[in-house]
Write a protein that binds this ligand. Structure first.
Ligand SMILES: O=C(O)CCC(=O)C(=O)O
Ligand SMILES: [Fe+2]
Length: 356
């Protein structure tokens, strides 16, 4: 388990610098796609099992959704039963994915000082607890002891980014902008299909996805030598409408389902889509925001590229399960809870008839 109690205080806010980038060859997996509906047993074909900790997680085939021939029924089932699915035929050219991954590696391989100096406004670089404010600054006071370094990329602000002084950043900006446009397209198509599937009334779908809120976070999870400190990112649900995760072949992402942690095998050329808290709210709890976490390995570091998108800032999220709220109010509440309680209470705070 990611047992917070076992963390020595030195990790509270990760001081010092992250272990240097290793550029190790990533584990290759032989995993093939299996639809969860066709098998109830664990898939055992991945060579990258969960980190060698006391985790009881097992790997399973999670639902698969094909963006090219989108089945509303499959999409709905995946969002209701799992809150996560694998996306096939997403239309992002492999050359672009490779370019982005290449640049992410180059950036993370810079020295800690260079990353701090280079990855600034509107980008931000962080090491350790990534409970972030919307602007990407790490929030102090959180109990989330995450073992990762990250780069926050607000997509709409990229055109204003003064990257000319460094060619590494200019290329990075170019590829990440193109990648961001694909992610916006994918998120919008999926969201529209979900709204249709849920037969949302105009009041609910008003709180629709706003592409301009989209941002990308690049993560590097260095290996950890101690078996009982295998937590890369502590368990949480995403506050977004939808999140789209592109993990490398190392693996380590786990989802919580039916009281068990399940390992999500990495499969190349696929993306993972998470239902976030905002989607759960507007669906009146018919879709579930999936609880997930990341485990780190003892030997291999892991990279992931994640995209998050939200309702427009002032837009009121209406449902019959929750009090009306804006995303800004939700985020504010999450920040307050994180500061005062040390963790996120999330949607519980907004439940109608919830105890005060
Ligand atoms: O690195 C990952 O695969 C997941 C990251 C994540 O869950 C998040 O940023 O919310
Ligand atoms: Fe997450």
């Amino acid at each position: 388990m990611c047992n917070l109690e076992s963390y020595p205080p030195v990790f509270r806010h990760l001081t010092g610098s992250p272990p240097p980038f290793q550029l190790t060859a990533t584990t290759t997996t032989t995993t093939t796609i299996e639809d969860s509906s066709s098998s109830s047993s664990s898939s055992s074909s991945s060579s990258s099992s969960s980190s060698s900790s006391s985790s009881s997680s097992s790997s399973v085939p999670i639902p698969v959704v094909d963006l090219q021939s989108l089945s509303l029924e499959k999409l709905g089932e995946a969002c209701k039963e799992w809150g996560v699915f694998r996306l096939l035929n997403h239309g992002i050219p492999p050359r672009l994915l490779n370019k982005v991954e290449e640049h992410v590696k180059v950036l993370f391989s810079l020295s800690f000082e260079s990353k701090q100096a280079l990855l600034t406004n509107p980008l931000s670089y962080f090491w350790g607890t990534p409970v972030l404010t919307p602007s990407g600054d790490a929030l102090r006071g959180a109990l989330s002891f995450n073992w990762l370094e990250g780069i926050n990329v607000p997509l709409t602000q990229l055109p204003h980014f003064q990257s000319q002084q460094d060619p590494r950043l200019e290329d990075f900006r170019h590829f990440v902008e193109e990648y961001g446009r694909h992610l916006s397209r994918i998120a919008t198509s999926l969201f529209e299909a979900m709204v249709k599937n849920l037969k949302l009334c105009p009041k609910q779908s008003e709180s629709s996805l706003d592409e301009s809120t989209g941002f990308i976070r690049l993560y590097r999870y260095p290996p950890r030598s101690l078996v009982d400190e295998a937590c890369g990112m502590v368990e949480h649900t995403d506050s977004s409408l939808l999140s789209i995760v592109n993990q490398d072949q190392v693996g380590g992402l786990e989802i919580f389902k039916d009281n068990k942690w399940l390992l999500v095998n990495p499969i190349s050329d696929t993306l993972l889509v998470h239902v976030g808290d905002m989607m759960q709210a507007i669906s009146d709890d018919r879709y579930m925001s999936v609880k997930h976490r990341v485990r780190v390995k003892q030997q291999e570091e892991r990279l992931s590229i994640c995209y998050f998108v939200f309702p427009a800032k002032g837009c009121v999220v209406r449902s019959s399960t929750y009090k009306p709220f804006t995303y800004t109010e939700f985020q504010q509440q999450v920040q307050n809870d994180t500061k005062t309680l040390g963790y996120k209470l999330g949607l519980q705070r907004f439940k109608l008839n919830a105890p005060a």
